[in-house]
Design a protein around this ligand. Sequence first.
Ligand code: FES
Length: 113
Amino acid sequence: MLQWYKIDRTSSFDSNRIYEVNAGRTRVCIVNDKNGWKAFSRKCPHAGASFLTGWCEDNEVVCSYHRHRFDLTTGKGCPGQGDFIKIYPTKVEQDELYIAIETATSFFERLFK
Ligand code: FES
């Protein structure tokens, strides 16, 4: 099940700059590029570097450490990388950004569903 979280103060964020925010208890990276808001994993799967020092171009996030690139729609790494990042759903309602996080269901929730 998806839980939507409102992200505060995004109106003060610069376009095309990567930020880290909390969506509930999950820390994610966000960027507002020419295609709108994107939310994705905060660490690069190659060697664990933060994406905060990376950048976005052509609907991809680029890790500043070894230049691995990831599609901001699918999360797939470029061919040959063999890795991917998690992409979180986003929506804007009344100028407020929301990010959806998958909530884990407990054993009992699944049992009595
Ligand atoms: S840590 Fe990101 S490309 Fe190596």
